[in-house]
Design a protein around this ligand. Structure first.
Ligand code: HEM
Length: 400
């Protein structure tokens, strides 16, 4: 139950003035709190049985049962829950109250309990407590019973608000910390890549000189060729890493989209073995110039086409189409290749995720980054065995 994170790094803090505002909004009055505190002896007496029934109801859901943990943990939680129920009749909303609720939010975030379960659980507690309160007051004093249940409902609502505040605050904080960590790791990787680039170029140059002298010795020439091929792989990895981690600033200018696409198609057909595919172009006349960085857009189209070629074989087809949709231009690359599995689809834009033996795993991550820096987005759809479609959507204000 301990919550050892230092205060400054805890997600979702809240100031007392905000609590006052929320109290006013809920109309949770001092009389409500007094009304609840008069119930303390009753609630303290019946808390254990309420807790038992509460956990029985949670245990009906296997996912919650798994989260609740082993017997010892459940026993501990029952005690905590009992104290919590009694604390609802404490009648004070001081700093301690606030800290306790924030801690509950952080604890539930830690175990990954979805807020809807947590909120539903409050319903269960009310459902268990209100009949006890009604029984306590008896049929003649139902008005007082309703008043007490209403007060309880308001207080639980305030609790939920504070708990959720801490829950989402913690989540957000973790996301920020993760992205800071990723940025630091990315920068480290880029520095290493930068340092590796020069010695790699030196090794390649020296090896090429040696290779010249090996024409008469085919077996040694083969070894040198293999070494050169491996160096080229490393060079590609270093280049991709630097492109991803230290992207060049965009140099936007009018780009003739169809010319650029045709040029990239020619390039890949000559070098990447796309000649055995059937190529289709469906360009729309309405699409002409767009504003973008021609070199970086070339990289986007090149990576997407190389991916498509890798996923296809002779006889498959590849269709490139362009279309204007309101103020955006969509460029679609549709292949009839082997497709991408559902589980892989979730990870394709992650850096270093690759299904290819020789890929750096940065191709699509680079594509996504460049497209996003242009103010666009990329969507992928795929059916295994039928093919994949990548759609790049870019801002497409008409320019002359
Ligand atoms: C009315 C709703 C709920 C209340 C008032 C509540 C209250 C609490 C409290 C007071 C703690 C101790 C927090 C701390 O001081 O560290 C706690 C922890 C915990 N709660 Fe809840 N809870 C609720 C709903 C649930 C539900 C639906 C689950 C279902 C799995 C759950 C599972 C847990 C677990 C596993 C912990 C221990 C977390 C840890 O420290 O690792 N709670 N809860």
């Amino acid at each position: 139950m301990g919550d050892a994170a230092p205060q400054s790094r805890k997600g979702g803090s809240i100031v007392p003035a905000e609590i006052q505002q929320r109290r006013r909004f809920l109309d949770l009055s001092d009389e409500d709190l007094e009304c609840l505190s008069r119930l303390k002896p009753l609630v303290a007496k019946r808390a254990a049985e309420v807790v038992e029934r509460f956990y029985e109801r949670l245990f009906q859901y296997p996912m919650l049962r798994d989260m609740l943990g082993d017997e010892d943990q459940v026993a501990r939680l029952k005690k905590v829950q009992g104290n919590y129920i009694i604390s609802l009749t404490e009648g004070r909303l001081d700093q301690q109250y606030l800290e306790d609720r924030l801690r509950i939010g952080r604890a539930h975030e830690r175990i990954g309990l979805q807020p809807q379960w947590y909120m539903g659980a409050y319903g269960i507690l009310l459902d268990e407590l209100c009949p006890i309160i009604a029984e306590h007051f008896g049929p003649e004093r139902q008005g007082e019973a309703s008043r007490a249940c209403l007060a309880l409902n308001k207080l639980m609502n305030l609790d939920t608000q504070i708990v959720l505040h801490a829950y989402f605050g913690t989540r957000q904080q973790k996301a920020v910390e993760k992205s800071e960590q990723l940025a630091a790791v990315g920068e480290l990787a880029a520095s290493i890549a930068h340092e590796v680039r020069n010695p790699l170029a030196g090794m390649k140059g020296a090896l090429e000189v040696l290779r010249h002298h090996l024409d008469a010795e085919p077996s040694r020439a083969e070894i040198a060729d293999e070494l050169l091929a491996q160096i080229e792989r490393l060079e590609n990895l270093v280049r991709d890493l630097l492109t991803y981690a230290r992207p060049r600033p965009l140099s936007r200018q009018p780009v003739e989209l169809h010319h650029l696409l045709d040029r990239v198609v020619r390039m890949v057909r000559e070098t990447d073995g796309g000649s055995s595919l059937t190529w289709h172009r469906k360009y729309t006349g309405d699409v002409d110039k767009i504003l973008g960085d021609p070199q970086q857009l070339e990289q986007v189209f090149l990576n997407l086409l190389q991916n498509a070629i890798q996923a296809t074989e002779g006889g498959d087809s590849l269709t490139i189409s362009t279309e204007r949709r309101d103020k955006r231009i969509e460029i679609a690359f549709q292949d009839t290749g082997k497709g991408i599995s559902r589980s892989d689809m979730e990870r394709i834009f992650q850096p270093f995720f690759t299904t290819r033996h020789r890929g750096s795993g940065l191709g699509l991550a680079i594509v996504q980054k460049i497209v996003q820096r242009h103010g666009g987005d990329i969507r992928m759809a795929s059916v295994e065995g039928e093919g994949t479609t990548a759609i790049v959507s870019l801002p497409g204000e008409k320019i002359d």
